[in-house]
Design a protein around this ligand. Structure first.
Ligand code: C2E
Ligand code: CA
Ligand code: CA
Ligand code: CA
Length: 281
């Protein structure tokens, strides 16, 4: 027993070591990623459940490093948050999103406003000048603030940081939309829904993935839809992967749908070719 325990411990240690070393490598490479043009932003369509028109696009970061290959955002964004690099990277994502929004909007045909949703981390919202920098970026690119939506997680709202609160209020006053991401996964204190000037809630895909096979999941989703609608909040269902899920959500009154069923995150040129991006008539 002793032997196997010791082996188990050694293995654990070696694995941890490897993980830390990998993290350090990723961290060092990420420092150079911006200047070496290794980052890009892809866009996933969010459709109106009723008209099936693309109403919003979510900007999602991608990183390809020549040595490390493709590193998923779930790996490097937490690191970038720890080191603070997310502040510079996030500012770049916002600029790139504004630049692409203008190009995409011009391709709409009927001028239906496209909303650009950008993920924002706690670290960014803790910067005292964050709201001002968003205002400045929007103005520099000529993007109307009401066409910008920032996606925040409950984790950001949970610690009572006055700087975060000030930024949220300033962004709201500016006319930027605020969206609560991954709803249902975090602390899920329902008071956040009314305490902050939110416009949109995004129902996490773990609540969507089995609504077409599990009646209880459907009940839960239906309850969230009803709650958001009574609070005057728009609801986006995330991770919609098939037509049955889309139909169920639509029939229960969910306003917006996002997921592989409607389109994967793609380069901006490709987004304009997604069904429902340009008007049919
Ligand atoms: P998220 O904000 O919840 O983004 C949605 C994730 O779900 C994306 O993963 C997207 O590709 C994936 N997804 C969309 N539809 C489906 C579907 O139908 N099925 C399944 N299985 N997955 C779907 P991605 O692009 O790997 O991003 C992961 C996370 O990384 C994001 O989760 C977000 O938290 C973070 N992230 C990505 N870009 C940024 C960024 O620019 N800034 C910050 N702060 N975080 C970002
Ligand atoms: Ca998001
Ligand atoms: Ca608002
Ligand atoms: Ca999400």
């Amino acid at each position: 027993i002793k032997q196997s325990t010791r082996n188990g411990f050694c293995l654990f240690n070696r694995e941890m070591n490897l993980r830390v070393r990998n993290s350090l490598r990723i961290d060092a490479s990420l420092r150079l990623a911006l200047e070496r043009n290794e980052l890009r932003v892809v866009f996933q369509p969010i459709v109106d459940a009723n008209s099936r028109r693309v109403m919003k696009a979510e900007a999602l970061l991608r990183w390809h490093n020549p040595e490390l290959g493709h590193i998923p955002p779930d790996r490097f964004i937490p690191l970038a948050e720890e080191t603070g690099q997310i502040v510079a990277i996030g500012a770049w994502v916002l600029e790139e999103s504004c630049r692409q929004l203008l190009i995409l909007q011009a391709q709409r045909g009927d001028g239906l406003p496209l909303m650009m949703s950008v993920n924002v981390s706690a670290r960014q919202l803790s910067e005292p000048d964050f709201a001002a920098s968003v205002a400045q970026t929007a103005e520099r690119f000529g993007v109307p603030p009401h066409q910008l939506e920032l996606e925040l997680t409950e984790r950001i709202l949970v610690d009572d940081n006055p700087v975060v609160h000030d930024n949220i209020r300033a962004l709201d006053a500016l006319g930027v939309s605020l969206s609560l991401d991954d709803f249902g996964t975090g602390y899920s204190s329902l008071s956040y829904l009314t305490r902050f000037p939110l416009d949109t809630v995004k129902l996490d895909r773990s609540f969507v993935q089995d609504i077409d096979s599990n009646p209880q999941s459907l009940q839960l989703a239906t309850a969230v839809i009803a709650m958001c609608s009574s609070l005057g909040l728009a609801l986006v269902a995330e991770g919609v992967e098939n037509g049955a899920q889309a139909e169920l959500l639509h029939s229960r009154g969910c306003g917006y749908l996002q997921g592989y069923h409607f389109g994967r995150p793609v380069a901006p040129e490709e987004l304009a070719r997604v069904p429902g991006f340009v008007s049919e008539s």
